[in-house]
Design a protein around this ligand. Structure first.
Ligand code: ADP
Ligand code: MG
Length: 502
């Protein structure tokens, strides 16, 4: 298995559809041994589908893949490919070490043993001491590290990393990139999907920019810069309607803010943050993983204990959080009940007396009516309210997740990557839902990893870098998303160098 590929992998005219969603559209791409190929693209562009396609986990609807010049055959080739999925795909009822060895069972009844190379990889990723712990008892970060260790410890010809370092520290990321370089230098094919422009520039030989299921351009050599990538990621964005209507929304400059945070501090993550949320506004926080942006959002949902002062309406601290905020995490599995129906998911956070106090039969009928009106109000595309939530597209599942949160009547809605893995049509519907919500006098705070999302949905954006918050950029000041991308990249750079200097 250690012999390497000579000709690499080619994808020609590869199309993948899920129902009416086109995830990949006649995509052409060549993967060459000995290099790290980066893949960049907005949410929903098809990156994860591309990874699963190369791994043989999906078959093309049309088009073909060749593996070293032969037609791709997953039954022969699966052992040759190691994958780090965006959402860890592991076995919760096995230990960390057992998960690292999964797939190596081989023949015979002997159980595989943990070798010294495995131990070294686990040590480098900081999970050595957890090896006998059941995975289900581990944090998401440990699960992600386990998924990486399993891939890296395998003797494969092809290594695919889909957003691998979103939960790693800076040191662990460095370690991972050292491993990645080593794999490429020994003739492996390596693919790295990430949102971090810095990492793409520093660690990739070429970067393919994917949009709408196609490779739009490949940057390499002198053309491979953060600015160049930022520009490519946002060109020919056709959806500017949302941004226009945001600019037109009327605001009362004297209205008191919905929330104020003062001296908001999470030690080691962010410090001394002052932030106001005026009514009728969608505020975006942007920052790479580890910048503190995601953690800042989560802290306002009460997920971390911070010091400082937080006021929402007439309440403060945790009381304000409990009563007035609702949070929708980036990973839909964490907000939706996957074995419940669409209707049950829509109503699950409703604590209304009209449901609690009713006789059962009446209750059922009333719930059906409530669920149906929620389907309409939140533009959920579903045949019935009784079908399983899993049967909906990612975009429609996300609408249900947001509907659930809004059922708690929050004043402040906290969203993490609100349109991750969502098709373009659902995306604009979600933006419309958010606008309707803020027009009622509320505030949305969202953590975004994409400039286009901010341009289309937000009123202003703060960049978080090294745990510090930049002044706000007002989206209405921008006629082009490219300008906004340039300013955000500049702010990020200034804060980084400011932090180093200070
Ligand atoms: P990315 O990783 O670039 O964010 P994905 O490959 O996850 O994008 O998704 C591309 C498109 O395909 C999205 O519109 C997404 O909703 C859809 N999609 C991906 N996987 C599935 C699936 N298993 N079933 C239905 N739709 C899917
Ligand atoms: Mg993805």
């Amino acid at each position: 298995m250690s012999d390497i590929l000579e000709k690499g992998i080619s994808l020609r005219g590869v199309t993948k559809t899920y129902g009416s969603t086109v995830a990949l559209a006649q995509l052409d791409l060549d993967l060459c041994p000995g290099e790290v190929l980066g893949v960049a693209g907005p949410n929903g562009a098809g990156k994860s589908t591309l990874v699963r396609m190369i791994a043989g986990e999906e078959r093309p609807t049309l088009g073909e893949l060749t593996f070293d010049g032969r037609p791709w055959s997953p039954s022969v080739e699966w052992q040759a490919v190691a994958v780090v999925h965006q959402e860890p795909q592991l076995f919760p009822n096995l230990t960390v070490a057992e998960n690292v060895m999964v797939g190596r069972e081989g023949t015979g009844s002997r159980r595989p043993r943990l070798g010294s190379a495995d131990a070294a990889v686990m040590e480098a990723l900081g999970i050595g001491h957890l090896k006998n712990k059941l995975l289900e008892d581990c944090s998401l970060a440990t699960q992600q590290r386990t998924e990486i260790a399993r891939a890296v410890a395998r003797d494969s010809k092809v290594f695919l990393f889909d957003e691998p370092n979103s939960a790693l520290t800076a040191e662990e990321s460095d370690e991972l990139f050292r491993e990645i370089r080593k794999l490429a230098e020994t003739g492996r094919i390596v693919v790295l999907v990430t949102h971090r422009l810095e990492d793409l520039v520093a660690h990739c030989n070429r970067v393919a920019v994917v949009r709408d299921g196609r490779v739009r351009t490949i940057l390499e050599g002198d053309a491979l810069t953060e600015e160049g990538l930022a520009r490519q990621l946002v060109v020919d964005s056709t959806m500017t309607d949302a941004a226009d209507s945001v600019a037109e929304r009327k605001r009362d400059p004297d209205a008191p803010p919905v929330f104020t945070a003062r001296g908001w501090t999470l030690p080691g993550v962010f410090a001394g943050i002052d932030l106001d949320g005026p009514p009728n506004e969608i505020i975006a926080l942007m920052g790479v993983e580890g910048s503190g942006a995601r953690e800042l959002l989560r802290s306002l949902a009460g997920l971390d204990r911070c010091s400082g002062r937080l006021t929402i309406g007439s309440l403060s601290g945790m009381e304000a959080v409990d009563r007035y905020t609702a949070y929708v995490p980036a990973t839909r599995q964490f907000s939706l009940y996957s074995n419940y129906s669409v209707g049950e998911n829509l109503l699950v956070r409703l604590g209304r007396p009209e449901i609690a106090g009713m006789a059962f039969a009446l209750k059922k009928r009333q719930m059906k009516t409530l669920a149906e009106s929620a389907v309409q109000r939140f533009m959920v595309k579903t045949e019935t309210t009784t079908q399983p939530i899993r049967s909906l597209s990612g975009g429609n599942q996300q609408k249900v997740a947001i509907a659930q949160a809004l059922n708690c009547s929050p004043k402040l809605l906290l969203l993490e990557e609100p349109t991750r893995g969502v098709d373009i049509h659902s995306k604009s519907e979600i933006y419309r839902l958010l606008q309707t919500y803020v027009e009622e006098g509320n505030t949305v705070l969202m953590f975004c990893t994409e400039v286009l999302e901010i341009y289309e949905a937000a009123d202003r954006v703060h960049v978080v870098s090294e745990g510090r918050l930049s002044p706000a950029l007002s989206i209405a000041d921008y006629d082009h998303v490219e300008q906004l991308a340039t300013d955000i990249t500049r702010l990020e750079g200034e804060q980084r160098s400011g932090a180093v200097a200070g």
